[in-house]
Design a protein around this ligand. Structure first.
Ligand code: HEC
Length: 279
């Protein structure tokens, strides 16, 4: 084969060389030291918590519908005692959330999460004080509530927790400790309360919050998959890329993550992009 002519070689090297410099500049050049905190985009804690609440809603509804709802049809168990040694079962949606909240409490991201109600199955989930007042207002207008905690000064954001899937309603109505047995689809069953000690966050700070939330989901997921390992082979779901809607399957974490990203990623990205556009 003939070797390329000199002009062809010249342009090939020029283009490849240019691409390499561009890649270096955009992908791997060190960040200049003076691009300090103040130059980074910031958002209010309220906005950051709203984005996290959206991610949490998507995660929670997917888990309730596609794992608890469909998994039960495959004979898989979900129990409030799932964390006990002798019980081999998956977490209920509220306990999934509590697992994530526990993980958050153990990280150095100062973010906290609580799921409460005015008609709780579990007494300690009853809202009290300022959160009870804010929840009463939410009952009448169905809107999120944002305020400063009178004690700690933290930013608190509460978001309605809707009965977004059939199993929310049927399980609560049938539960022997439930103080209310006529929940309907679409009702506000409670609220997720998020708190954060500062009133604004940098983009990096927000990414750390999202990362901590997602790490919590991954921890709870691996605990669930470990439980499933203890089932006898006949009732053990195959763990991989398939979902229980199609048989005795449970998605692995990568598959679950992909689906959550599909549901929640576009919203987060569009909010971040809007903020970039206005600054
Ligand atoms: C299979 C049963 C089951 C399903 C499905 C279920 N829950 Fe629950 N939920 C419970 C139990 C049990 C608790 C109490 C857990 C605890 O804190 O010990 C609870 C707790 C809660 C709480 C906190 C207040 C309380 O009642 O203690 C809220 C709010 C809540 N669930 C809403 C929902 C929503 C919304 C869904 C659907 C997305 C849902 N639940 C799905 C059983 C269920």
């Amino acid at each position: 084969m003939n070797s390329p002519s000199r002009p062809v070689r010249f342009w090939t090297f020029t283009i490849l060389g240019g691409a390499a410099v561009l890649t270096y500049l955009f992908a791997s050049a060190p960040v200049p030291l003076d691009s300090g905190e103040k130059e980074r985009m910031t958002m209010s804690a309220q906005e950051a918590l709203s984005l996290l609440a959206h991610e949490n809603d998507m995660t929670r509804t997917l888990f309730t519908k596609a794992i608890v709802g469909k998994g039960k049809q495959q004979g898989l168990a979900f129990s409030e005692d799932w964390a006990e040694q002798h019980v081999i079962a998956g977490p209920l949606p509220a306990l999934f959330l509590r697992g994530v909240a526990l993980h958050l409490a153990g990280t150095d991201v100062p973010l906290s999460l609580f799921l409460g109600s005015d008609f709780p199955i579990e007494g300690s989930n009853l809202f009290t004080g300022k959160q009870a007042e804010a929840f009463a207002a939410m009952r009448s207008d169905s809107l999120p509530k944002h305020f400063q905690d009178p004690g700690s000064g933290s930013q608190v954001s509460m978001f309605p927790d809707f009965a977004s899937a059939g199993p929310c309603v049927s399980c609560h109505n049938a539960h022997e400790q439930s103080p209310k047995v006529d929940w309907e689809l679409g009702d506000i069953m409670g609220a997720t309360t998020w708190s954060y000690p500062h009133d604004s966050v940098t983009t990096d700070g927000f990414m750390a919050m999202l990362g901590a939330y997602r790490a919590g989901v991954s921890v709870v997921w691996s605990q669930y998959l470990e439980e499933l390992e203890q089932l006898d082979p006949a009732s053990k779901p195959a763990i991989g890329p398939a979902w229980p809607s199609t048989g005795l399957f449970i998605p692995d974490y990568a598959t679950l993550r992909d689906s959550i990203d599909d549901l929640s990623g576009p919203h987060i990205l569009s909010r971040l992009a809007q903020r970039t556009a206005v600054r």
